[in-house]
Design a protein around this ligand. Structure first.
Ligand SMILES: Cc1ncc(COP(=O)(O)O)c(C=O)c1O
Length: 430
């Protein structure tokens, strides 16, 4: 966080006002109000996002680039969505590609990279991609497929299981003259570990490689500045609106030259300019409308008494400062409360280190699904399994059994954290 963001973090997030925006928080399960700790798998959605999607479908629905009003309005919805995503990430609207989700966008980009284009040689035999053990497999499989299809190789940077962080010496050792691409996550969806992707991109640039950053788990919690990241060597960032209070839609930011020059598979009559050339077929227009509204919702978290002040990017900066402060304030009691319980094992870096407020744990002898079911009976919704961060689970010795994962979001309260800890305590005592 920048000094300016930290200064803004002093004024707290108005969690009561945030909660009022989410109809899902009215849900009662087994007589208990539901506490949603499943944000890392997909956050709840504020009414304003659903309203924006309904408004689009009910009043502006059309295909693009035609001469009648609803089509013109659809074009405007798409333009506005690119502007919103650009504000969110700190880039330009022309560098924002929409898609189904990050996984699909990454497979699509992998295919384009294999074919190469202006300034990018096609990937070929012997070319190497570097991925990490800390990553969700959406940031592994597309690049593994790319390496397989071009006759290249994959190198895997190690995770240090003791700390839940990357082994940076090992990462540096994987990069060499054959490296064409580094794929690295900005934060682990399993352990919450934040990764200095700018430092990683500098290493990759040092050997002439491109860098793809998976921002899916990080973007809901951490302010992105793709201009600064690009200066360090980052070429692409992927993320998903459904993790930051939006609909199920994926986003890809890419350096303008690459989006314009890569030989991406496309229909001949479809737009040939970037970013549209990366978008296959008719897009999820209502998802774009919802994504704009989700960015506006996030920005509103930086407003005082609901009064917008300053440009959206500036408001987002304040919002992230408040989210960081609120997340840290919840993480400490969550971590300490669980740590104090016998038979509970916590994974990943402790509070006070660069991390998101996402905690994974196991309860000795109790399968993770059973823990999640017991908590659900108390209205506490947590996820379980490996969350597709399969290698993390393997390296930490919980493959098969899986983690229990609790993620704090903008709507999470200290009382909900207490309910979660009490629920695990009851299970341990049983
Ligand atoms: C860190 C991370 N990367 C990638 C993904 C995949 O995202 P999507 O569902 O948008 O493909 C997820 C989904 O949980 C994730 O947490």
């Amino acid at each position: 966080m920048s000094a300016a963001d930290l200064a803004h973090a002093a004024d707290a997030l108005d969690v009561a006002a945030v909660r009022a925006a989410f109809p899902a928080l009215q849900r009662v399960h087994g007589g208990h109000p539901v506490a949603y700790f499943d944000g890392p798998g997909g956050t709840q959605v504020p009414r304003a996002v659903v309203d924006a999607m309904a408004d689009y479908l009910l009043h502006h629905n059309a295909n693009t680039h035609w001469a009648y009003p609803t089509s013109v309005e659809t074009d405007a919805v798409i333009t506005a969505a690119r502007e919103a995503a650009a504000d969110l990430l700190g880039g330009a609207p022309g560098e924002i590609v929409f898609g189904h989700n990050m996984t699909t966008l990454a497979f699509h980009l992998a295919r384009a990279l294999r074919r190469g284009g202006a300034d990018v040689a096609p990937f070929g035999p012997g070319d190497e991609v570097v991925v990490t053990e800390l990553d969700h497999h959406a940031n592994v499989a597309p690049w593994r497929t790319l390496a397989q299809e071009c006759g290249g190789a994959v190198r895997v940077a190690r995770l240090d299981p003791a700390t839940g962080t990357l082994d940076w010496d090992h990462l540096a050792a994987q990069l060499g003259p054959r490296t064409r691409l580094l794929a690295i996550g900005a934060a682990s969806n399993a352990l919450g570990t934040q990764v200095d992707v700018a430092a990683a991109a500098r290493l990759a640039r040092g050997v002439g490689a491109l860098t793809f950053v998976d921002g899916v788990h990080a973007v809901p919690h951490l302010r992105f500045d793709v201009r600064a990241l690009a200066a360090a060597g980052v070429d692409f960032v992927g993320c998903s609106a459904y993790k930051f209070y939006g609909p199920h839609a994926g986003l890809l930011w890419g350096r303008a030259e690459l989006l314009a020059g890569l030989d991406v598979p496309k229909l001949a009559p479809a737009p040939s300019g970037a970013p549209e050339r990366f978008e296959t077929g008719t897009q999820n227009h209502e998802g774009m409308a919802g994504t704009s509204a989700a960015v506006d919702f996030l920005a509103s978290l930086g407003d005082d008494a609901g009064a917008p002040s300053g440009a959206r990017r500036e408001r987002l900066g304040r919002a992230y400062g408040r989210l960081h402060a609120a997340g840290s304030a919840l993480l400490a009691p969550l971590w300490e409360g669980l740590r104090a319980l016998p038979d509970v094992t916590l994974y990943g870096p402790p509070p006070g280190t660069p991390r998101t407020p996402t905690v994974s744990f196991t309860v000795g002898g109790v399968p993770s699904r059973q823990v999640a079911r017991a908590l659900a009976a108390r209205g506490v919704f947590v996820s379980h399994g490996d969350f597709y961060a399969q290698t993390v689970a393997e390296r930490l010795g919980v493959a098969g059994a899986g983690f229990v994962r609790a993620g704090c979001a903008a709507y999470t309260t200290a009382a909900e954290v207490e309910r979660l800890v009490d629920g695990v305590a009851a299970l341990v005592r049983a």
